[in-house]
Design a protein around this ligand. Sequence first.
Ligand code: GLV
Length: 320
Amino acid sequence: MKKVLVTYNMFREGFVEMESKYKVTYPEKKSFTYEEVLDLIPAYDVLCSMFNFPVTKELIDRGTKLQLIANYAVGYENIDVAYALEKGLTVANTPGPVTAPTANLALALLLDTARRVTEYDRKLRMKGQGLKVSLSENLGVAVEGRTLGIIGMGRIGKAFCKRAIACGMSVIYHNRRRLSLDEETKLGAAYVSFEELLEQADFVSLNAPSTKETYHLIGEGELKRMKPSAILVNTARGVLVDEHALVKALKEGVIWGAGLDVFEFGDHPLPGLLELDNVVMTPHIGTQTVTSRIEMAKAVSDNVVGFFEGDRPVARVLHP
Ligand code: GLV
């Protein structure tokens, strides 16, 4: 019987089928430590990793029986994918169930920042009684009739595009690979260069993966290219943005605001961000809903079952 090691003990509802077919091991507590997995891995055919669990060369080398690494996330920068593929392993991720919730959060962060929802909520609570709002001050920004620029037109970018159009925005995008004309027409999005996007967009959304090429994609120079009225939304990965440069730009009015679900230094937004009213932040909650969490586990289980039984597609990661 195939043996599957899961580094976390959560969302078991999603693993029912996998448990019925293979011998599955979970930690007794919430997660295994790296050292525990290092000890256990030689006996396992599959490793189901969480997105913050490092799957290193060392771990891959210890997994002498290992055939599949099934990650719980669409992102996979926690895995040394180049090495895993070189060793002949299959790496799989969960793009399907993360698409809608992440696109929804991107829209939520954009609307919240533009309409100052959290800022007013905070002020109302601090006041402790009715807050008198000046009709001519602290105004928000309308999104309808404005242009959203999407950097990274993969599944999440496309899902956000549809939502933005439903809200009355027009969409331009930049991507490593331009979409076909047919796809562009169906989506209603126009391809532009990276520089054109920064200059033309009223709102810029990052929906690209974390790679060597996207590290600090948005730094001081790029922020300066954006409109002073622009809002930056990041639901992708924190390292895409030079956060020190962003704090400075938000403080100095180089751009108008930002909605951020991810931060350059993991769980810790720079203290400068915490002091600003023109930024809305959430702690990496793109897929933090009951249904998404379970559907992601089901997608991991489908990847494992599909790999061994060949009865359904496996979401394979084809390159680092
Ligand atoms: C979440 O951030 C994911 O990569 O799925």
